[in-house]
Each structure stands twice: as structure tokens, then as C-alpha cells.
Design a protein around this ligand. Structure first.
Ligand code: ACO
Length: 205
């Protein structure tokens, strides 16, 4: 499990939390007046702020996800998180102490997509699965399903309406197993769409 050198329990009032850019960047006033770890060297004090701890967690988990997918550059870092994106972080204390078990980054994208007839359509604010990772020690135990279901509920999304950015073989298998999503609609970009995506009316371009 990943050791962050600080206790993560206080960051998790429940097993899955939502992280958005505003939860990450500490304001100057916070840096001057926060009440965390007053014994820490003042120059390093801000590192104990929850917002900084969350940034470190995002960077480390983003790197592990990239390694697991064989990507040279992480899809998820604290700096790269934009206002239209959300990261869901999952943790538990199954290992005897609180540890991060998974990360799921989602967002909305304005995309030009091909429908089943091969016509190009504009799809604004398309739900997109951008980065998904469960720690190696916990894969294939249902953790990914838990995290994904939580995300769908929070976002108000249904699986067949999600576009998936460069899915790995494992994620393709995951979507097939849990949601019966196997048949895809070929695209000219890196996104994978599943049949059913265009079932409701959508703007034609
Ligand atoms: N080989 C093939 N299929 C797999 C594997 C694997 N090693 N691991 C998970 N799956 C699929 C299978 O369908 C599996 O069902 P099965 O065991 O009956 O075959 C199912 O996922 C298991 O479901 P969960 O236990 O709920 O999923 P898990 O906790 O393993 O999380 C995830 C799935 C996130 C894909 C995880 O396996 C992982 O982190 N993999 C490495 C990183 C990765 O590939 N992430 C997706 C990148 S693409 C993107 O993010 C847009």
C-alpha cells in the first residue's frame, strides 16, 4: 500500500471523497492562519494542510495509474485538475491503517463523435471517464465497481452515456462484466463509445 508519511484518516469522513480544484489549492490566508501542526517548521507547515495532502495523494495515485497503464505521463496530477473535472478517491483501513485504494477521474467534454450510421455529431458536456485505478493489491475484488457506482450516483450518469478515454483492456473487461457494455461505436478520436450512447436526441452538426 502507498505510504504518504501522514495520516489520511481525517481526509476521509466517508470511504469515498470528491476532490475538485478548489479543494486542492490553499489560499494565502489559509497558509498564514491555518491551525494544523504548529510544531512543524514554518517553511514546511503548509505541507500539512489537507489541500496539500490531497494534492500529494493525487500526484502519487496518478503516477501509479500511469505506471499501471504503461503511460509515460500521468493523466491525473493536482496541477492539471480543471474546474469541469472531479476525482473520486477511495480509502479503507483493511490493511490495519487507512490507505488509499483507488482513484477515478471524470469530467465533461465537448466532443465531435460518429453515431452508429457514421454521421458526425456534436456532443456537448459529454460524460467522460478519464482515469481509473485500483491499487494492485485490491484489484478484482469489487473495489472498482464500488468506486464506479458511487461516481455514477454522484454525477447522475448512466454507464452507456459515458465516453471512455483510451480504455485499457482491463477497463474494457470491467465495462463488459458489470454493465454488459461490449459493442462499441467506432470513433476518430481516442474515446470509446458504447452502443446506446445516441439513444436519446442529441444535436446534429
Ligand atoms: N484482467 C482482465 N480483466 C480485469 C483485470 C485483469 N487483470 N482486472 C480487472 N478486470 C476486469 C474484469 O472484468 C474483472 O472481472 P473478472 O475478475 O470476473 O474477470 C473486473 O474488472 C473486476 O471488477 P472489479 O473488481 O470491480 O474491478 P477492479 O477493482 O479490478 O478495478 C480497474 C478495475 C480500475 C480497471 C483495475 O483493474 C485497474 O486499476 N487496472 C489497472 C489500471 C487500468 O487499466 N485502469 C483503466 C485505464 S483506462 C482509463 O482510465 C480511462
Amino acid at each position: 500500500m502507498v505510504d504518504f508519511g501522514f495520516d489520511i484518516k481525517h481526509l476521509f469522513p466517508q470511504p469515498i471523497i470528491r476532490v475538485q480544484p478548489h479543494s486542492l489549492r490553499p489560499k494565502i490566508t489559509q497558509l498564514h492562519h491555518h491551525h494544523y501542526s504548529l510544531n512543524v517548521n514554518p517553511q514546511r507547515r503548509h505541507l500539512t494542510l489537507p489541500s496539500c495532502q490531497l494534492s500529494q495523494i493525487l500526484d502519487v495515485m496518478g503516477k501509479l495509474s500511469a505506471d499501471a497503464q504503461g503511460l509515460r505521463h500521468p493523466v491525473t496530477t493536482a496541477d492539471k485538475l480543471t474546474a469541469d473535472q472531479v476525482v473520486y478517491l477511495m480509502a479503507d483501513e483493511a490493511a490495519g491503517h487507512w490507505a488509499i485504494t483507488g482513484l477515478l477521474k471524470v469530467g465533461t467534454k465537448d466532443l465531435f463523435l460518429f453515431d452508429q450510421e457514421g454521421c458526425c455529431r456534436r456532443a456537448n458536456q459529454t460524460p467522460a471517464i478519464l482515469d481509473f485505478y485500483v491499487h494492485e493489491s485490491r484489484q478484482r475484488c469489487g473495489q472498482g465497481k464500488l468506486l464506479f457506482e458511487w461516481m455514477l450516483e454522484q454525477q447522475g450518469w448512466s454507464p452507456r452515456k459515458c465516453s471512455v478515454d483510451r480504455p485499457s483492456k482491463k477497463l474494457l473487461a470491467f465495462m463488459g462484466k458489470h454493465y454488459g457494455l461490449v459493442r462499441t461505436i467506432p470513433q476518430g478520436n481516442n474515446f470509446v463509445l458504447y452502443e446506446g450512447f445516441f439513444d436519446d436526441p442529441i444535436t446534429k452538426c
